[in-house]
Design a protein around this ligand. Structure first.
Ligand code: ADP
Length: 483
């Protein structure tokens, strides 16, 4: 499967058909084929992009919020006008089924739309003065040039979730997308320019030299903020690298989401929740249910009902309309999933369905369910990032909460119960930035996304998402006489 003509013309001038020095190949994970080639940028190009962002900042930040909003809204409309082509582009470079990537495009656009509006509400405050003749005020100003480093698992929305609030606030942004999914980023860029975004306000650094680009971004004092979504080890490294120039950071890192199903849960709803939360994007999201904790009284019934549904899933190349699961992103991802399953089985877990790489191709991992999984297995403490559901057993509410919180991560957690008191107790005690209570799909543009503990710093989306790109200035007007 190749890029179609509309996608090619969308990416015109940004991609190449042949290999050459200074380019790298973009691969289709479903069949290993090369889709096209993109520029392999490094530190020099990153610094040039920062120069451009720095030069563009005064004019962009001087526009009214409404003027910026008009461009953002046009960008949103153009992304939605190209929904099918954008969705297929994501499917081709990431592997995710087309029926899900349409959602990725609309989810991505929703951040542009939301922040186009929210940028108009970057309100300051007037604070009652403590002495006569003064007027105390706060104003919010764009923080300046920003850098964004994004992952491959949501190649559109992880960019728009950072870039839209930044642009709405009046910031300019240098973006390094994942080396696995540069085409979605380039398509977004092309549409932003079509929408009227001035040159230099955003730049895309396609690169296989992540470390070098990261260093160019973090060491440059003109960059005032870094927003990163990716793995916890890289996040920690970048956080440290931002310290010498005291950059503001947003870090959206790994998770290890518990999904608790109590005896009193509505089982069908809980199964729907697991299917949505665990198998979406073939298990490759940081809010995917990673540990499914099931109360002893319903463990067997729940397992049987879940397995029945999992067996109905269609593992196929993502461009086929009926596919519900696609290939994983690369061999490293397969190796990790295989290792975790083998380790669990070695320590006593049972594979009820799946459990292997599928005959369709080296990156296709079967939808899997494991039972008899226990806390001493690596799969309890490691983010799986694959379509494997490990079912742990617990007896009491206290035990479920202890197990759920027994991790350095704290991004998303889920629980299913029909007891309102238990729902409120559990939601309050879970040490997570987000809780889905009887809800397996919680991400929206209007709610704050982010974690606690080693899952990160800051929030994306919602009112909070705009604040990340604004700094508060307090102004005291003195000597005003009686006012
Ligand atoms: P994943 O394993 O999900 O790819 P990573 O944290 O490795 O997670 O990647 C997320 C993003 O961070 C990607 O854009 C990747 O290129 C980038 N990245 C990886 N290592 C570094 C680094 N040392 N410095 C800056 N960016 C990095």
């Amino acid at each position: 499967m190749k890029l179609n003509e509309t996608q090619r013309s969308l990416l015109g001038g940004l991609i190449f058909d042949s290999e050459a020095p200074g380019r790298f190949a973009v691969l289709n994970p479903a069949d290993g084929s090369t889709l096209c080639y993109v520029p392999a940028h490094g530190a020099a190009e990153t610094t040039q992009a920062i120069d451009a962002a720095d030069a563009a900042f005064p004019a962009w930040s001087a526009l009214t919020a409404k003027a910026r909003s008009i461009i953002l809204r046009k960008w949103n409309d153009l992304v939605l006008d190209h929904l099918e082509d954008m969705a297929m582009l994501v499917t081709l470079e990431q592997g995710r089924p087309i029926r899900e990537t349409r959602g990725e495009v609309t989810y991505g656009a929703s951040f542009i739309e939301w922040f186009a509006e929210e940028g108009k509400r970057a309100y300051g405050r007037t604070i009652p003065a403590t002495v006569p003749g003064k007027h105390l005020q706060t104003i919010k100003q764009p923080i300046g040039v920003c850098a964004a480093i994004t992952p491959w698992n949501f190649p559109i929305s992880m960019i728009t979730r950072k870039v839209s609030p930044a642009l709405a606030a009046g910031c300019t942004v240098v973006i390094k997308p994942s080396e696995e999914t540069p085409l979605s980023a380039l398509a977004l860029y092309a549409l932003a320019r079509q929408a009227g975004l001035p040159e230099g306000v955003i730049s895309i650094i396609t690169s296989v030299k992540a470390k070098e680009v990261g260093e160019a971004m973090t060491s440059d004092p003109r960059v005032k903020k870094l927003s990163f979504t990716g793995s916890t080890p890289v996040g920690k490294l970048l956080y440290a690298a931002c310290a010498p120039t005291m950059k503001k950071v947003s870090m959206e890192l790994g998770g290890n989401a518990p999904f608790i199903v109590f005896d009193d849960a509505e089982i069908d709803a809980a199964i729907e929740g697991v299917l949505a939360s665990k198998y979406r994007n073939s298990g490759q999201t940081c809010v995917c249910a990673n540990r499914i904790l099931v109360q002893a009284g319903i463990y067997d019934r729940f397992t049987a009902a879940l397995v029945e549904k999992v067996k109905e899933m269609k593992l196929e190349p993502g461009w086929l309309e009926e596919a519900t699961l696609g290939p994983l992103i690369n061999q490293k991802a397969i190796d990790k999933v295989e290792h975790l399953v083998v380790d669990a089985v070695k320590h006593g877990a049972k594979i009820i369905t799946g459990g292997h790489v599928d005959a369709q191709g080296p990156l296709f991992y079967q939808a899997s369910v494991l039972t008899n999984v226990t806390e001493d297995m690596e799969i309890f403490s490691t983010e799986i990032f694959g379509p494997v559901a490990p079912l742990f057993k617990f007896d009491t509410e206290e035990e479920a909460i202890r197990m759920a919180n027994d991790t350095p991560f704290g991004l998303a957690a889920y629980a299913y119960t029909r007891d309102i008191g238990r729902a409120m107790r559990v939601a309050s005690k879970l040490e997570y930035g987000m809780v889905g209570m009887n809800d397996g799909l919680i991400s929206t543009e209007v709610t704050p996304f982010g974690g606690v503990k080693e899952s990160g710093i800051g929030r994306e989306g919602a009112v909070e998402g705009l604040e990340e790109y604004l700094s508060v200035k307090y102004i005291s007007y003195g000597g005003l006489g009686a006012i």
